[in-house]
Design a protein around this ligand. Sequence first.
Ligand code: SAH
Length: 284
Amino acid sequence: MSHHEPAHHLTPAPGAAAQPAKVTLVGAGPGDPDLLTLKAARALAVASLVLYDNLVSREVLALLPAAADRIYVGKESAHHALPQDAIIELMLRLARSGRPLLRLKGGDPYTFGRGGEEAQALAEAGVPFEVIPGISAAQGAAASAGIPLTHRDHASSVQWVTGHLRAGADAALALDWPALARPRQTLVVYMGLASLPVLAAQLIHHGLAPDTPAAIVERATLPAQRTLVGTLQALPALAQEQGVESPALILIGGVVTLRALLAPRAVDGEEAALDEAQTLATAL
Ligand code: SAH
């Protein structure tokens, strides 16, 4: 074993336990620790060995026992702390060492973020595992920005898509644009910041009205949450001007107009962690 491998000191040497320990894939939710499920909070409270991603908030990590061993495996496109196959390999190695492992992932483990691939690897390797669902960024952002995902007046369906398009000439072909451009639905785009200009242009090209309401929710449910609202056409420039950073979720569709009424407001005597609401579009 190389001394440069992460966490080598956590692996008992030599050899592995007869039975691999259980791996629990836990959804850490969108950031606010109060949005963990009770089951996730209980698993965190007794964890001794934790593998976590960059989207897991400090506030959630603070719920781990002080003595728990934590291994950061990053994962943000472009600068992975560890590539996905190395994460999987490390996970399998730790499980085989016999220590129960808590694999903490942002949002919901089975919604983007490759939890499905990790579970697949565990199943194929015969490692027992459990999945604890989490509130995904879409649900967190919807509630904290005041943008319902469906509404009888605006959208009878919602599509959660990844904006993480492949680089190169076929980038624009990676999504089913005609289906995404259909009216009366809400589009929720994960990992869409880098591809936002392509996304907006393709949706408009395939028939979605340029003045369709659209929003970006940055750091949803965290104290520094920020929401920008505009039209589909104006959103890429707005995101650029305002220096929006990851993690950010893009919401497109008529439901965005509801924010004007539904955005959470401070209640007297309550220290509400509220969005510094910036409604910049005149069209809305
Ligand atoms: N499993 C996660 C998604 C992982 S993909 C989930 O269910 O939420 C990572 C993307 O999720 C980010 O690029 C961003 O688009 C979105 N995201 C996650 N947390 C977010 C947050 N607090 N605010 C806004 N977007 C978030």
